[in-house]
Every structure is written in C-alpha cells, then in structure tokens.
Design a protein around this ligand. Sequence first.
Ligand SMILES: CC(C)(COP(=O)(O)OP(=O)(O)OC[C@H]1O[C@@H](n2cnc3c(N)ncnc32)[C@H](O)[C@@H]1OP(=O)(O)O)[C@@H](O)C(=O)NCCC(=O)NCCS
Length: 413
Amino acid sequence: MTADPYRLRTLESIDDFPRVFDVLAAAFGEDFPDEEIEKDRLVFEPTRAHVIDHDDDGIVAHAGAYTREVTVPGAAIPAAHVTLVGVRPTHRRRGLLTRLMMRQLREVRERGEPVAMLWASEGRIYQRFGYGLAALRHIILAADKREVRLTRSAAPEAGRLRDTSPGQARKELEQLYERVRAERPGWSSRSENWWNWRLLDAPTRRQGYTERRALLFEGSEGLDGYALWRRKGDWDETGPKGEVNVVEVVAGTPEAYVALWDFLFSVDLARTVRYTFAATDEPLRYLVNEPRALGDKVADSLWVRVVDVPAALSARRYAAPVDVVLEVSDGLIPENAGRWRLTGDASGAFCTATTDPADLACDIADLGAVYLGGTALGALAAAGRVRELRPGVVATASAAFGWHRQPSTLDIF
Ligand SMILES: CC(C)(COP(=O)(O)OP(=O)(O)OC[C@H]1O[C@@H](n2cnc3c(N)ncnc32)[C@H](O)[C@@H]1OP(=O)(O)O)[C@@H](O)C(=O)NCCC(=O)NCCS
C-alpha cells in the first residue's frame, strides 16, 4: 500500500494567498487579473482557509470561508460564507474536496455558526455535503426598455434623486444597507473590508461600462434608497442601443424603490436594462405595465447547510405557529441526526431532542433548503424528499417555514 501523499492544514499566513489563487486559476481555467486577486485579498481570512499539500506538487486544493452574518426570517445569525473552493485538475476526483468539506463543516460547528452557505459553480457539487437550494435569483434583462413602463411614480414630495460617486456617499450607503438588510433574508453583513470590496471598481474590470455611479433617493429624514449602476453606450444603423446595468438596489421605502427604478428605466439612449440580482418576489414585477418584457431567467443563488440543527432552527422565526417533530438524517454530522421537536412562532422558537414520534422525516439538505423561508416544504414533499408522517403536517409546517419576503442576495462571495 502506498503512503497518502496529501496533508490537510490551515493556511497560516496571508503570504500564501497568491499560491491559493494559483490553484484557483488552474481549477477554474481562468487567468485572474491582479486587480481581482487584490480585491479578494481585502476580505480573505487565512485562518479559515484550509489547503491540501501534495508531497511533490505543493498546495493542490483549497476551501475558505468568510465570517459574516446572514439575515434569516426574523433574525440575523452568524453564517460561514464558504468560498474560493478549487482542486488542481491533475488531483481531482481523489476525494480532496470531500476532505476539505468534512474539515470545514466540523470547524464551522465548533465556531458556533449554525449554518454554512455558498454560491455553487455547479449545483451538483454540494448536495452530497448536505447543502440545500435555499434561494433563487432572477436575472432581469429588459431587452427593449421602451416596452416597459412603470405604472406608478413616486410622489414629488417624497424626496429627490441625486447622482454621486459611491465613494462620496459611502457612509450613507452603509447606514441604509444596515437598516434594510435586517428585513431581507439572505442578505449578508458588510464590514469595513466588505464595503471596500463591494465598492472597488477597477477600470480594467469594467468590460466597456462606465465607472459605477450611486443614485441616491433622499427623503426629508435622509437617505431612503440607493442604486449602484453603470452604463454602456452603443449604436447601430437604427440609432442608440445603450445599456443600463444595475449593480444593486437598496430601498428603505416604497417611494424610494419606485423613484429609483423609474429613473433607471428612463435613461436616455439606453435600450436595455440589466439587473442580475433580482429577488424571486422583486417588487419591480408588480410595478411595470408589461411584466413579461422584463425577460427574466431564473438561476440558483444561495445553498445553505444546517450544521447545528437545534441552534439553527431556534435562531429563526416562523410565520405561523409550529409544533412539529422532525426526524432528520445527516450522513456527515451525526449530532444532527435524530428526532427534534420544534416549537415556535413569529416571536421566537425552541428546538430540542425528543423521543416522541416523528411528524415529518427529511434530510439535512431539506432543512437547509427551507431555512431562509424561500423553498416550500410542500414542494420538497411533492418531490418525495420530505415525508409526511402525520396527516396535514406538511401544510402547517410549510406555512410556518415560509416568510413574507423571499430570500435574495446582493453579493456573489
Ligand atoms: C468541484 C471540485 C472542487 C471537486 O473536487 P474533487 O476533489 O474532484 O472532489 P471529490 O473527489 O472530493 O469528489 C467527491 C464526489 O463529488 C463528485 N463531484 C465532484 N465535483 C463534481 C462535479 N463538478 N460534477 C459532478 N460530480 C462532482 C465526485 O465525482 C465524487 O463523487 P463520488 O463520491 O460518487 O465518487 C473540483 O473539480 C474543481 O476544482 N472544479 C473546478 C472549480 C469549481 O467548480 N469549484 C467549486 C466552486 S463553488
């Protein structure tokens, strides 16, 4: 038998960061420009970076995580934001990702983070590690914005629009984001470094777009909404065909939301509006005269892994009273497997181990899928993933796990 040539360790220093990016460049088949590497260095956490060394080839695999909060129904909780996962192609399919994931899940649990979450390059990678599809995003591409009009406009006395650079308005943007994120499942906290990361707008990465602008909507008490956006000019024989590219929209009031989108859909010389982070329940859909012309496509966004069942289930709130015994299977974290009684409502929740008969049976990935309130337990039951053991419980539990806003996210981390 040959000796195992691989050793898993935690990265000790940020100095190894370029070597990690070397692995990622090989894994993703991309030459990452220096600006991109520098941008990710702003938020990189070496002590959460696990690498695997090969006896001859050095670092051949990496998986990292960021320490951030995520908003869940009724609360904000610590969540490992898993990132920068890659294995050198010459070492793939030898179980290295599996080793990294096992170590990472254990560590996340020990740190007291009830859940881990990630964006997947391919959905099929992470389900085996207990991640469930928790949020979708809509990619809006209004191919000809002349086909789309808003059916409401903001009352003139509600406030006024102002155009500025994101850097100049940064403090106000931060404050508003902080206020709004409390109500938006799926949104992540942004530290000083995350704002630096968010607002970095390297000229070499603009792909023909202008620099980013901040469109502010100021009400009588201060900033009520903002949009980060940019433009691309273009022409053909029939005239102008520019694009408005919306980076993020954060609105604290409906008036701000309407005013911002009204402006973005009326920019001169632009024919297309593109926004790739729309929520499943994006209010814009209910504000336009021709919803179909928004031309949206749906894609997966956040995958959630519950790493500590009682901590996770008692940390969020429930849209309707719930009292249910869940039989949970978890092939990777034995502490999660077993029967749990969950009682809760909109004001709080408890979750404790029980020997009572189970009402519902599900896998840990199903709990991850429903955790942010976006995926319906009823849909998982219809797929045969969740099993109803007491008649009627899927309907009541599904209502309880839902939420009045769908989860969404503004950052690909
Ligand atoms: C995806 C990736 C990290 C997998 O690493 P790996 O070390 O080859 O994974 P493992 O050997 O631990 O695979 C574990 C299992 O998952 C399966 N698997 C892993 N990646 C897969 C993929 N992309 N598609 C389908 N199955 C995959 C393996 O076949 C294996 O299945 P098995 O247990 O039934 O044999 C690696 O292929 C990679 O770096 N890909 C390109 C970059 C990327 O997509 N990174 C993820 C960013 S979110």
